[in-house]
Design a protein around this ligand. Structure first.
Ligand code: HEC
Ligand code: HEC
Ligand code: HEC
Ligand code: HEC
Ligand code: HEC
Ligand code: HEC
Ligand code: HEC
Ligand code: HEC
Length: 468
């Protein structure tokens, strides 16, 4: 191991190289030769970090087991890796990735229990978001909750996430994690179509055609210095660029929340205990030293607050390693304008209409028992997310055909007719009153043949819902 590499690892090398490790390798080269061979080819093997250095446990650990004369645990959690890689561990625990299980807890009942069935949770949601891992009486892991390498998995030791979500085991390579493939098994499909968007962008085109110039195996990987051919997901969301350091907190450089019914610019509140939370920029900026309630209900002290402007500046520093400042600023203006348009024209009126229908008892509170609830969900969650992500990451196809075009079609030809049907006699107050301002003016223009908003809009065949 080179001195530079050693300096990155928090633990003293005298603390690893567990004597029981040899026996594990020699037997596992027969018992599960693939994973043992991967370890043999890894940076860990070269540095003398063996099976026991990661898998050792104490009898007090919830998932500890006796195995061939040693006490081991199958799960090597982020906290276990953090013994040696403290900085990556702290950054990863403070990131939105670590909260990916927490954010779905409330949604699982509607989506994965009522709408479909509990069987999809383990093989579906949990594979991306992570599970609450349960340990059975004998120390073995409950198959309803394991295996998965979900990004926010709650481990038996209380730490969150899984480092092997991105670093395939047992190679644990940084070169492999720099590739877009490390991200896209989760970031693909309707609500996070980043795979499709990246591939359709000029960046993705250049990456695919010039992969051999990406220098992925380099010890250091600084954009604009160690490679210039194209950025990958990691370049923009995690990688080092100029003076901007690399980070395992993927959300740090994002100014917006793009996967919500209405997008908001976000403050990043950093707490003294290393935790972080996001607040909408419309909320009052919390003062340094103030106490604030965290997602888990406990209190934390504010250390610093990153404004959306500061976060945007960080992202723009990445672009500016390969592009000029005027180009970067103009691109960001085009992107922000699409988000503002989505919010003002579609997302805010649709949210207000839904709230009115619920408040007036025109819809039941139960999610997904009425067609309009699917329509509204798809409006922001599918086409709405595609449009916003497309504009953020430069795929014109997703911004328009797969995005805003479908948002417009959905809003006018499905959502509004269904909302009017549900509102019945209160249609003018609950629906049309939300469609004020310039955005929907075109519908009231007599020359366009629609003198009265709403009356002449064709109802799609799937659009009608019986009024209550
Ligand atoms: C004599 C052979 C042998 C030795 C020595 C051995 N293992 Fe295993 N190990 C196995 C076999 C076979 C399995 C397959 C599952 C089982 O039978 O428990 C296994 C399973 C495992 C599992 C997975 C358990 C699970 O929950 O899926 C881990 C982790 C593991 N071994 C780690 C180690 C470590 C660390 C050492 C060194 C202390 C070690 N093994 C030593 C043969 C061995
Ligand atoms: C750098 C730390 C590290 C080292 C070194 C390491 N492991 Fe693992 N191992 C992990 C992680 C992480 C997991 C994934 C557990 C999880 O999160 O579900 C794992 C899982 C396993 C599993 C269960 C998964 C499966 O595919 O069956 C076995 C068996 C295993 N390791 C054996 C070994 C053996 C044998 C060695 C030595 C040749 C070894 N490990 C070295 C980190 C390590
Ligand atoms: C293929 C991986 C994958 C699967 C399977 C998956 N998700 Fe997600 N989910 C994601 C990703 C990635 C995001 C982040 C989207 C973003 O911020 O761009 C996300 C975001 C979310 C969000 C936050 C906002 C939003 O977009 O709705 C919720 C809630 C959610 N998922 C719930 C679920 C539930 C419940 C299931 C199972 C019924 C599920 N997810 C299945 C990958 C997945
Ligand atoms: C979201 C994907 C992802 C997750 C999850 C992840 N990593 Fe990484 N990791 C990467 C990428 C990408 C790189 C390469 C970054 C670069 O070179 O710019 C990397 C690099 C590293 C490096 C090499 C650092 C260096 O400077 O040589 C270590 C060590 C590391 N990760 C440890 C961890 C640990 C420990 C965890 C869990 C606490 C973890 N990673 C979780 C993606 C991830
Ligand atoms: C006992 C200490 C120790 C533990 C535990 C440990 N590592 Fe490492 N890790 C090292 C050392 C030493 C290196 C080699 C120096 C370097 O490249 O930074 C290394 C290197 C790495 C690298 C860079 C590999 C490359 O391609 O250059 C990654 C990624 C990594 N570790 C991830 C992990 C993950 C994930 C875990 C937990 C599953 C883990 N490590 C557990 C000590 C450890
Ligand atoms: C195992 C699944 C998985 C992998 C692999 C994964 N992610 Fe994620 N990612 C998620 C989920 C789920 C969320 C939503 C989490 C939340 O909002 O709490 C998310 C959220 C994000 C966000 C949104 C942050 C924000 O501000 O809301 C970014 C950016 C991101 N991931 C980038 C990446 C990159 C880059 C990689 C690859 C290096 C990657 N992810 C790998 C599942 C994954
Ligand atoms: C050229 C830089 C660049 C590349 C390459 C890139 N992104 Fe992004 N990404 C951005 C920007 C800029 C945003 C919007 C940031 C903001 O909110 O201000 C964004 C937004 C996102 C979001 C939405 C976060 C939220 O707020 O909900 C996710 C998730 C994401 N990217 C994941 C990925 C993945 C996965 C890849 C690779 C397949 C990727 N990105 C490639 C620059 C990039
Ligand atoms: C590692 C270098 C690199 C980084 C970092 C990078 N790009 Fe690029 N980008 C390129 C290259 C190379 C091209 C292709 C130039 C060309 O032929 O038009 C390109 C093309 C583009 C294009 C298409 C331009 C056109 O004329 O069609 C846009 C838009 C763009 N980048 C925006 C961004 C933004 C925004 C960021 C930061 C979030 C960013 N890029 C980060 C290298 C980079």
């Amino acid at each position: 191991m080179s001195p530079a590499d050693a300096a990155k690892v928090a633990l003293d090398p005298g603390q690893w190289g567990h004597p029981a490790g040899e026996a594990c390798v020699s037997c596992h080269l027969k018992a599960s030769s693939g994973l043992a061979a991967q370890w043999q080819a890894s940076a860990h093997q070269r540095a003398g970090v063996n099976c026991m250095d990661c898998h050792q446990a104490t009898a007090a650990d919830a998932d500890a087991r006796e195995h061939e004369g040693q006490v081991i645990a199958t799960i090597v959690s982020p906290k276990d890796c953090g013994r040696c890689h403290t900085q990556e561990f702290v950054e990863q625990q403070g990131s939105v990735h670590a909260e990916a299980y927490a954010i779905i807890k409330d949604r699982v009942p509607a989506l994965a229990q009522n709408l479909t069935g509990a069987a999809v949770q383990a093989a579906g949601c949990d594979q991306c978001h992570g599970s609450l891992v349960k340990v059975r009486g004998d120390g073995s892991l409950d198959p309803a909750t394991w295996p998965n390498s979900g990004i926010g998995r709650v481990n038996p030791d209380g730490s969150k996430g899984s480092c092997s979500a991105c670093h395939g085991r047992h190679l644990f390579s940084k070169a492999q994690a720099r590739e877009p493939e490390a991200c896209v098994r989760c970031h693909a499909g309707p609500d996070s179509p980043d795979k499709e968007i990246f591939e359709a962008s000029k960046h993705g085109m250049l990456y695919a055609s010039q992969r051999d110039r990406m220098n992925l195996d380099a010890a250091q990987w600084v954009a604009g210095r160690d490679y210039t051919a194209a950025p990958t997901c990691v370049t923009c969301h995690m990688g080092a660029a100029g003076k901007l350091p690399a980070t395992h907190d993927v959300g740090l450089r994002n100014a917006w929340s793009l996967n919500s019914p209405v997008s908001q610019r976000q403050l990043l509140v950093v707490l003294e205990d290393g935790g972080k939370l996001e607040l909408p920029a419309s909320a009052p900026v919390p003062k340094r030293g103030a106490e604030i309630t965290k997602a888990d209900g406990t209190l934390g002290k504010v250390k610093s607050v990153g404004t959306p402007e500061r976060r945007r500046q960080a992202m723009s520093m990445v672009c500016q390693e390969c592009h000029g400042k005027p180009f970067t600023d103009a691109f960001m203006k085009q992107f922000d304008a699409v988000v503002d348009l989505f919010n003002g024209k579609f997302a805010e009126p649709a949210r207000a209409i839904m709230a009115g229908l619920y408040a007036q008892g025109r819809l039941t509170p139960l999610p997904f028992d009425e067609p309009i609830e699917f329509t509204y969900w798809e409006l922001w969650h599918d086409e709405g997310a595609r449009a916003r992500h497309g504009a953020a990451m430069a795929s014109p196809n997703h911004t328009w055909w797969e995005g805003m075009y479908l948002v417009g079609r959905n809003f006018y030809s499905r959502f509004l007719p269904q909302a009017r049907a549900a509102a019945g006699d209160r249609s003018a107050a609950l629906v049309d009153a939300q469609l004020t301002g310039d955005h929907h003016q075109w519908l009231t223009d007599p020359a366009a043949g629609n003198p009265i908003l709403g009356i002449d809009i064709p109802l799609g065949t799937d659009a009608v819902e019986a009024p209550r």
